[in-house]
Design a binder for this molecule. Sequence first.
Ligand SMILES: *Cc1c(COP(=O)(O)O)cnc(C)c1O
Length: 366
Amino acid sequence: MIKQTIADKVAQLIRPELRAMQAYTVQSAEGLIKLDAMESPYVLPAELTDAWLTTLQSVELNRYPDPAASDLVTQLRKTMRIPVALEIIPGNGSDELIQLLCAAVIDTPQSTAGKPVVLAPEPGFVMYRILAAATGLKYVGVPLQSSNFELDETAMLAAIEEYQPALIFLAYPNNPTGNLFDADVIDKIIRQAPGLVIIDEAYQPFAETSFLDQIEQYDNALLMRTVSKLGLAGIRFGYLVGKPEWITELNKLRLPYNINSLTQATAGFALEHFEVFEQQAALIREERQRLFDALSAIDGIQAFPSRANFILFKVTSGDADRIFAGLKQHGVLIKNASATVPDCLRVTVGNAEENAKFLQALLESL
Ligand SMILES: *Cc1c(COP(=O)(O)O)cnc(C)c1O
């Protein structure tokens, strides 16, 4: 008998779509001003640090966390004014909730794709595609209008008709373009969709608008949020809100202890002091305006208006890679978005000092 190599065994056992994928990697930011990942430039204010540490001291690390994160969920409902008719699933970041949704669905009745379809506008958040592929689903991207990054209503409705997606993800505002899609088009999409539509409000603190109060009027809409962009990316906490019928089923797939004790305590503490994070978000919105004005004043650069904590900007055709590298050489890391949005780069809004350094580095890199 021929002895099998490990590679043979791997090929036999591991799903082909998984073997075809690359593991998710993050560019190193060592020694650089980090404006690549939409993190907040602000930490917990010094006057809150002691109270936070006291909270952490009472966490019993030898015990399993509360499996339902009940206190945190109660606090969340209060702080975020989640309508009483809706329920909440806590997630280890919204990424985990996207994965959970992908793992929960089967093909819609009219679909001919052979496996459940995940549909999202493009350019969009990469995890929809990555997690759809990783869970064995089919991913369909529908191009946004190239002039203004609005949803292409005709193309979206046609794709829904053709692919009968089990899940549609709409980031509101969208990443990496920063705009809020037309709410009427979103409404039409939800009404036409044979499956679930997830409104991803990762950037809600900077958007000053929300679908939260509309979710109830649909049978097939869920809302997803995260604290990551709000200054708490390190604790991994996101949540999904929807009608109990959906949440009950999805919750069965959630791992019992997915929100660790330190995160439960820290997120709860942060929500009790939510006004601090709201003030920080307001500062970022002001900085966003200043950064937008400064970018717009530069010859050869077109900045796109943003309702998030980042700005997408277009440079002279063919120059994106060179400018990205130049910025890095000057000590500033942003995101080169040109592979998905031609000639575009995306910069996270930092604090005043970081933004000034970025602008200086950009001028020297043009
Ligand atoms: C950053 C981002 C998320 C990821 O949030 P986590 O809670 O950190 O996993 C989700 N959706 C969009 C659109 C994002 O840009």
